[in-house]
Design a protein around this ligand. Sequence first.
Ligand code: PFF
Length: 472
Amino acid sequence: MAAMRRRSLWGTRFGFYLAAIGSAFGLGNLWRFPYIVVENGGGAFVLLYIFLALVMGLPLLIGELMLGKLTRRSAIAAVRQACIDPLISVGSTPRERRLLSWSGKLAVFASLLVLAYYAVISGWVLHFLVRFVFAELQTKTISSSGISGFDPDQALQVLRNSGFLQVALASVHLLVTIVVVVKGVQEGIEKWVGNVMPIFVVLLLVLVVKALSLPSAEQALRFLFYPDFSKLTYSSLLQAIGHVCFTLSIGFGTMVTFGSYLNERTRLPGAGFRVTAMDTSISLFAGLLIFPIVLGTVVNVPGPELLFHTLPRLFLGLHGGFFYGVAFFLCLYLASLGASIGLLESIVSNWMDDSRISRRAAAWVTGFGAFLIAIVPALSSSVLRGVNYQGHGILEILDGILINGILPIIALSLALVVSFKIKANLKETEFVNDETITTRKLLSHWNFVLRYLAPGLIVFAFFLAFVGWLRS
Ligand code: PFF
């Protein structure tokens, strides 16, 4: 009950959407999605991703929100409660409890790792933002006629060569995140995310229209939407599942935390659907924006630098390009800040549920921990350049282990908690808001996915990836 008293509920339902969409919408959509689509050959992977987002991601998301809403706790305490609280749990053996309790802890650990690695990429975004601001100021003072000597490749090169710069930028980002979280849920998240997201979506749409007027647009549409299944690899299924988890913020415990702040009346299936639909659409917009540029240029830069190589090229070719550059990178930065806030908020909330630590102390200590971890990926293209596996540097290795390895496992175990440990009648009342057949049908689909389909697909994806690794 103590945690109940401390927990403030969302002031408005809109507040929840803003925070949940703010947490889902981030670098995963704009930075990560396009480059993993390239790595997995285009259309077939996009189709697989959309299918998995709706058929598997959405039910998992609803499950995590429900775990939070029913227990009014963050992941670690929520899992514990789902195993023992007679009001909501069907009961569990000590062995099950020990095993399942790992899922909550692992979720918090994953959040900390992602917070750190996210800070590094957010630092890249900040770097480009500052570059564009200076370029804009320069053209204003030197001439009004257009583009001066701004070279995106050189901006990237500076970043790549300076580990110190990357560490510094990541720490600035973490500092901003901590300050926002210390202020608390309502003021912290709602305000930030609320103002930026709609502007960003409009800006994205404008840029998509511009990108689609490039001569390579048709080629891009074909690449994105024409499914050539022979391009998929043994690891594509696992990569698609990992990315669905990452982009929808599943497997971090964040959505459990957000669910715990949810107001009693909020309907979870609808809430989950809106978040999933919005997030998936934004990833597709990102594809529509980036691929006409990729396919229209001779540079061939797959991997994590893709976004930073391509978009500035589009901006530089537009009238008022620097303005677009500033606006885009500012919005992208604020989106990644929104996501980072969600991550830190979730870790802090878990910590506060389990001890008497203050929000302030928990946020600062966690932020400092993330800073220490971030040093490693921040140095991956400079000091630690020599450390790589099959040509992938530390940043990509960390990304792979975390997103394709750890997240699906946590998502799976949280799904099992919801599916096997929470009383069926409680799940039913959360799901079925009237006696219509549709909601009953949805409930049984949802149960099936959580119990059988998601675990089966995840295990199969690991198996396929393993076979691919053996054959490589
Ligand atoms: N969903 C975010 C993205 O796509 O960038 C990543 C993320 C943010 C995951 C916040 C988890 C989280 F709590």
